[in-house]
Design a protein around this ligand. Structure first.
Ligand SMILES: NC(=O)c1ccc[n+]([C@@H]2O[C@H](COP(=O)([O-])OP(=O)(O)OC[C@H]3O[C@@H](n4cnc5c(N)ncnc54)[C@H](O)[C@@H]3O)[C@@H](O)[C@H]2O)c1
Length: 339
């Protein structure tokens, strides 16, 4: 089996590559990544020399480059993680979100149609469902919840989902979609909540919390997400959407307090800042379908996962320090000038 993993130099994609190389040592894994500000080749350093792995720098919206790779690799499975993924950036500049998240998805699926594949999997997000009220803890997103997006980011992901389902219905492309809640774990880009708070706390810098920190997210350890996708691409039903979440709802402010406690830092570091425009209140996934059909359950408890994640950031300063300084963007040139 040859699997093309797009966006594999990012947070979840890289963890998925490690998972696949471990769990399916007989598979060939090809990472296609544009290396935007969010992609970091240093993340993949440990697998670069693995004979079952290949890295290719390309844009998923570049039709010629994508077709050339399909021609060469004849992939069986495509797992599309590549995306512009930061809500705040989408509010500042929506256009690149439409290009990568929607046009890029259509180019990948056109390549699948042209060359023939066994499965195209779209990694989506619970943000396509919009948000839930804070005072209705009985409500959850199911796969039947209507799409109702808030930000240019979530709208571009919802647009891509609709396109994926259209390619299934119109062309019979064998697709699946997963919609996952917030992930956390190693190699998470330091602009996102958990790594940002860990790193700021380590430097005794203020911890900026939007609004009053009351927004609720359903957190899942990244390895549990990777196992879910592995199950879906092998055993999931074609044309279906699977929600992935751990029934682990936490208010942002409580996560920040836990991080400070774990690091032995004072809560005085917390600084409340003006809320994000259109900030979604609560996300909560009902993962009953993936449990019932594929037997998936999360394995990592939040308290353990958060401790592991904090430990990882403490032990891997050499990974995040160049990310913060911007130096990591020169890494590709360094790696490839000597190859
Ligand atoms: N992080 C989460 O909590 C979360 C939750 C649910 C779903 N998702 C989805 O999972 C996927 C991965 O998220 P992440 O947090 O790992 O994102 P990320 O921002 O860490 O990584 C995105 C990767 O995609 C690459 N990329 C961006 N544009 C590209 C393009 N045009 N062509 C090729 N590569 C490109 C980047 O270089 C980067 O390596 C996204 O589709 C996101 O919507 C994320």
């Amino acid at each position: 089996m040859t699997v093309i993993v797009t966006g594999g130099a990012g947070f979840i994609g890289s963890n998925f590559i490690f998972h696949m190389l471990d769990s399916h040592p007989d598979y060939r894994i090809v990472c296609l990544d544009k290396l935007t500000y969010a992609g970091n080749l240093a993340t993949l350093e440990s697998v670069m020399d693995n004979p079952s792995f290949r890295f290719v720098r390309a844009d998923i919206a570049d039709r010629d480059a994508v077709y050339a790779l399909f021609e060469e690799e004849k992939p069986d499975i495509i797992v599309n993680f590549a995306a512009e993924s930061h809500v705040d950036r989408s509010i500042e500049n929506p256009e690149i979100f439409l290009k990568t998240n929607i046009i890029g998805t259509s180019v990948l699926m056109d390549a699948c149609r042209k060359y023939g594949i066994k499965r195209y999997h779209q990694v989506s997000t619970d943000e396509v469902y919009g948000d839930l009220p804070l005072d209705r803890p009985d409500l959850f997103f199911t796969e039947e919840t209507p799409l109702h997006t808030s930000s240019p980011y979530s709208s571009s992901k919802a647009g891509a989902d609709l396109l994926v389902l259209a390619y299934y219905r119109t062309y019979g492309l064998p697709v699946t979609i997963s919609r996952c809640s917030n992930n956390y774990g190693p190699y998470h880009f330091p602009e996102k909540l958990i790594p940002l708070m860990i790193i700021n706390a380590l430097h005794d810098k203020p911890l900026p919390v939007y609004g009053k920190g009351e927004n609720v997210r359903d957190w899942l350890y990244v390895e549990d997400h990777c196992r879910a996708i592995d199950l879906i691409i092998h055993n999931g039903r074609v044309g279906e959407v699977y929600n992935v979440g751990g029934h682990n709802e936490m208010r942002n402010i409580d996560i920040v307090r836990l991080i400070l406690k774990e690091l032995g830092k004072s809560e005085d570091l917390i600084t409340f800042v003006t809320d994000r425009k259109g900030h979604d209140l609560r996300y909560a996934i009902d993962p009953a379908k993936i449990h019932r059909e594929l037997g998936w359950l999360p394995e990592t408890k939040f308290s353990d996962g958060l401790k592991k994640t904090i430990r990882w950031y403490l032990d891997n300063e050499s990974w995040w320090r160049p990310v913060i300084s911007g130096e990591y963007q020169e890494y590709y040139e360094k790696m490839y000038s000597c190859r």
